[in-house]
Design a binder for this molecule. Structure first.
Ligand code: UT7
Length: 323
């Protein structure tokens, strides 16, 4: 017998403040046409003053716990993927743990920027496979609006704020059973870290810094790396692209989503897309898209769901799930 992780509940939470492309074009030299044509983004949610990563994460977590039908008292680990922690330390996860009223278990953050949720799912899944946890809350939450240079039109139009969460639960099954999370695949290449980074940090100076990005170069790596990690995940499970029911990609740019789907030969209506309304919410984008598709009934029991992401580091990864 072996332990596998099933996703038994999803949840999400977005700030209520909507900022449209037209609103941005009143402040910086850009247009709705440019943003829609180059990225597919039409609007994004921006956190209000005092609305922190932990606040968004907590709401998403509560929604995921409700959907799972369990309470925080049943959770063994709280894992938060974020690049915009409330404080340099302690971790945002410990804050969420306290907000959930937990005085047991363990909580920690994971930092892999836009790939953070996939990394967090991989870590949580391995704790479950090792028999060290029964229920794990995995959250992706960001307030990227706080690390944006709002005068840099090449980056400030691209990002948004939000949070998504899943509850993983251990099930004991036959060694070769194909249930729950089938496999996870993580990669990074630190030589490419200058393609997307923040020009500050506690170990460098006393500034938080702002997002800096070489967009065109990143775009090329994104399409190639995502296609390659998707191929790796399918091969590891003796599956082909035709077996995938839903692709739940990181939402950086509609053109990257279209490019990846084209490489996989997947019809557009099998790709979950939220980038038009959420923009790029970094570690929150995959669980936000996942929650939307679970709640509106697109993702159903038995479906094969492929999640993938790429971000600063560079980092990239995929997780294949039999729902
Ligand atoms: O989540 C992590 C992963 N992130 C990504 O994967 C992002 C990948 N990259 C991208 O999505 C795209 O490269 C961008 C959306 C960032 C940029 O699109 P692009 O088609 O690669 O545009 P570009 O950078 O080549 O810029 C084209 C032109 C430039 O003007 P010139 O030099 O041709 O005169 C830019 O200055 O568009 C200009 N431009 C803008 N114009 C209006 C750049 N930003 C804007 C803007 N509004 N906001």
């Amino acid at each position: 017998m072996a332990f596998r992780s099933r996703i038994i509940g999803t949840g999400s939470h977005l700030p209520d403040q909507v900022v449209t492309n037209a609103q941005l074009s009143e402040k910086i030299d850009t247009t709705d046409e440019w943003i829609v044509e180059r990225t597919g983004i039409r609007e994004r949610r921006i956190a209000r003053e005092g609305e922190t990563t932990s606040a968004l994460a907590f709401q998403a977590a509560e929604n995921a716990l409700d959907a799972a039908g369990i309470t925080a008292q049943d959770i063994d680990f709280v894992v938060v993927a974020t690049t915009t922690p409330d404080n340099t330390f302690p971790s945002t996860a410990t804050k969420v743990q306290a907000m959930l009223g937990m005085d047991h278990g363990a909580a920690f953050d994971i930092q892999a920027v836009c790939s953070g949720f996939i990394y967090a799912v991989a870590v949580a899944d391995n704790f479950i496979r090792a028999g060290q946890a029964k229920n794990i809350l995995v959250i992706g939450a960001e307030v990227f609006s706080r690390i944006i240079d709002w005068e840099d039109r090449t980056t400030c139009v691209l990002f948004g704020d939000g949070a998504g969460a899943v509850v993983l639960q251990a099930v004991e099954v036959e060694e070769d059973a194909k249930v729950g999370i089938l496999s996870t695949h993580l990669h990074s290449d630190g030589k490419l870290r200058d393609l997307l980074y923040v020009d500050g940090g506690p170990g460098t100076n006393q500034k938080v810094g702002h997002v800096r990005m070489l967009g065109r170069e990143l775009f090329r790596h994104a399409v190639n790396n995502l296609a390659s990690v998707v191929g790796e995940a399918l091969e590891a499970n003796d599956l082909t692209q035709d077996d995938i029911d839903w692709l739940v990609p990181h939402q950086a740019n509609k053109r990257i989503l279209d490019g990846t789907a084209r490489k996989l030969g997947m019809p557009a209506d099998r790709v979950i897309i939220t980038v038009d309304r959420h923009a790029n919410t970094s570690a929150a984008s995959v669980p936000l898209a996942l929650d939307e598709a679970v709640r509106d009934g697109r993702i159903k029991e038995g479906d094969l769901v492929l999640m993938e992401a790429m971000g600063g580091g560079l980092t990239w990864g995929a997780a294949l799930v039999r729902w």
